[in-house]
Design a binder for this molecule. Structure first.
Ligand code: HEM
Length: 566
């Protein structure tokens, strides 16, 4: 067999050229590392071959290996960095931090610190409406193009969703990037969360809300001064409530956290899962590979097994009522378009429903009480509204609750300041489309765009004055897209087109109605039953300090003191 022999100089040239070629192949074909054969061929084969050539010139095998690896990977990484920073890159003109332009590892590091929302906001303050936050990713806060990004003629979901799905099973709705498949799988969700379906769920919500209020009332005890109080973390109790309700609606019951206090540790498990997945969003191509490491993604797998277990049980049990699972799985067989949905897809729907619904409601409810307790005047106004609308009976009538203007203003203002998805609502041009227009700007295929709500919702050009402060009044003027209140002291500017807590377009939140009913009932009934204050000694500043952006907002404790109202 002919074995070529190369000089030392040619060996360097060989390894360097291979580095450039492999970059070109990766750029063209985007081979993920989970495709093991191409990965081995591209990343291991060239250094092995060039080691052989180096060894023809250098007697030490170790030095040959070192020279080969350093030259090949040096050329590969150098080529990647040079391209990402060069005028040839389609995002060359977009400003942003150098490290972010070079590698996604930069944003991964920021995400791991839990303050991505604040960081992205600081970037927009420095660079403007459009910021390059990754080699192939921009962040956009230009409300005039939100329709082009999220709307019906916008773009499908972006690559972060590849990281939030199990690559070994069917993706759940939220992670489907193909527009047609998404629209097919979205139909049962629309049915399950339609106004008429949600009406059927109201008695279940009311039952769980009363259980929450009664459990807290019975937990109150006389303190040293003879006052009957309950001191504790309200956010945990919202977690118990929310899980119990979603357990009823998705799995036909089975969770009883309000009764048993999360003895199985479901909430900490979900929290750990959320944290693990958050950092992975920046390296979606590595998810399948990383899922093999229990230390990195053990919680992801464990939560999935837990949710799949309940979903399987619910599927075998069948339903006695039309709950969410009934609609999602086409239990009555009435939907022809659902006949081909696999068991895997059904099970992942169960997991998705819990994840999408539980944490979102918990964090928003906790935020509402945090802001109300910080603003006792607004708390008193809301209590007055509740007492006026429900003077004698429990506040459980969803249609009257929906008509309470100040209640809605308080919820809106909380969702403005503390959106559930703070940063990563991401979209990317459809595969094969070549790109997409955002107004006058063309975004090439391969670029992803995020619309960071935390930044948009606090932008003074959309919400003023005091965009960082809690002022429910800004929502009380007319419903025009840009409004100013007649309040003499403050002229409010509220651009409702910039208010997107439930997103917009074909992938917006189908659970909005359900979430609002759940939240209004809890808020109203707790205000009817209890006087509420921060617990003595609670460090109020810790709430915002400890709040984290883990793709989904994560709130820490909210320690309060409850006293039964006379
Ligand atoms: C305060 C409560 C909630 C907020 C603020 C919220 C917010 C959101 C947002 C912003 C999205 C879209 C993300 C994007 O555009 O990329 C979304 C999607 C979704 N939400 Fe919610 N959500 C809440 C509660 C719920 C509830 C109670 C459910 C019911 C089960 C639910 C189910 C879903 C589903 C299934 C999706 C995926 C939709 C799709 O991909 O087509 N959410 N949510």
């Amino acid at each position: 067999m002919f074995v070529p022999s190369l000089t030392l100089r040619d060996s360097f040239l060989f390894a360097t050229t291979f580095g450039f070629v492999v970059h070109a192949i990766y750029k063209r074909y985007e081979t993920p590392p989970s495709d093991y054969l191409p990965t081995i061929l591209l990343l291991a084969f060239p250094p092995v071959v060039s080691t052989f050539f180096f060894h023809q010139n250098v007697s030490s095998l170790l030095i040959s290996i070192f020279l080969s690896i350093a030259t090949f990977y040096g050329a590969l990484l150098g080529s990647i960095v040079a391209y990402r920073l060069s005028p040839a890159h389609p995002l060359y003109r977009y400003p942003g931090p150098l490290a972010a332009k070079v590698s996604k590892l930069w944003m991964m590091r920021i995400t791991s610190q839990g303050k991505m929302h604040e960081y992205v906001r600081s970037l927009h303050e420095k660079y403007g409406m459009y910021v390059r936050i990754g080699p192939n990713e921009i962040s956009c806060i230009d409300v005039s193009v939100m329709h082009d990004i999220l709307g019906p003629n916008g773009m499908p979901k972006g690559p972060v969703w590849d990281a939030r799905r199990n690559p070994l099973t069917e993706p759940s709705l939220i992670a489907i990037r193909d527009t047609r498949e998404h629209s097919r799988r979205r139909k049962p969700w629309n049915r399950a969360l339609s106004t008429s379906a949600v009406k059927d769920y109201e008695p279940v919500i009311a039952k769980r809300v009363l259980q929450l209020a009664n459990t807290l009332a019975s937990a109150t005890q006389a303190d040293l001064n003879g006052k009957v109080v309950w001191n504790g973390d309200l956010s945990s109790w919202f977690g118990y409530y929310s899980f119990d309700f979603m357990g009823d609606m998705v799995f036909g019951g089975g969770f009883d956290l309000m009764r048993d206090k999360d003895k199985d540790g479901i909430r900490p498990l979900l929290r750990a899962r959320t944290k693990n997945l958050a950092s992975l969003i920046h390296v979606p191509w590595a998810t399948r590979f990383l899922l093999n490491f229990p230390s990195i993604t053990g919680n992801v797998r464990k939560f999935r097994e837990f949710a799949y277990g309940y979903a399987r049980r619910r599927k075998e049990m069948g339903s006695s009522v039309k709950d969410i699972f009934y609609h999602l799985t086409n239990e009555d067989g009435s939907q022809a378009n659902m006949q081909n949905v696999s068991v895997d897809a059904v099970l992942s729907s169960g997991e998705e429903a819990i994840v999408a619904a539980a944490d979102t409601v918990v964090n928003t409810l906790t935020g509402v009480f945090y802001y109300l307790l910080k603003h006792p005047r607004e708390l008193a106004r809301l209590r007055e509204e509740v007492d006026r609308v429900f003077p004698t009976e429990d506040a459980l009538d969803a249609s009257r609750l929906a008509g309470m203007d100040f209640m809605n203003a308080v919820i809106n203002e909380t969702l403005r300041l503390q959106p559930v998805i703070q940063t990563y609502m991401e979209r990317a041009p459809e595969k094969g489309s070549g790109g997409h227009w955002l107004g006058q700007r063309f975004i090439t295929e391969g670029t992803a765009v995020i619309t960071p709500l935390f930044t948009i919702h606090r932008d003074p050009s959309y919400f003023s004055p005091f965009p960082d402060d809690f002022y429910p009044d800004r929502w009380l003027s007319s419903n025009d897209s840009t409004t100013a209140s007649s309040d003499e002291k403050h002229k409010w500017h509220t651009n409702s087109a910039a208010f997107l807590p439930f997103s917009m377009g074909p992938a917006n939140c189908p659970g909005k109605n359900l979430a609002l009913i759940e939240m209004r009932m809890v808020i109203a009934v707790l205000l009817q039953r209890f006087e509420i204050d921060f617990e003595d000694g609670y460090d109020v500043a810790s709430y915002e300090r400890d709040l984290e952006d883990r793709f989904i907002t994560q709130v820490a404790q909210l320690r309060v003191s409850l006293r039964a109202r006379k």
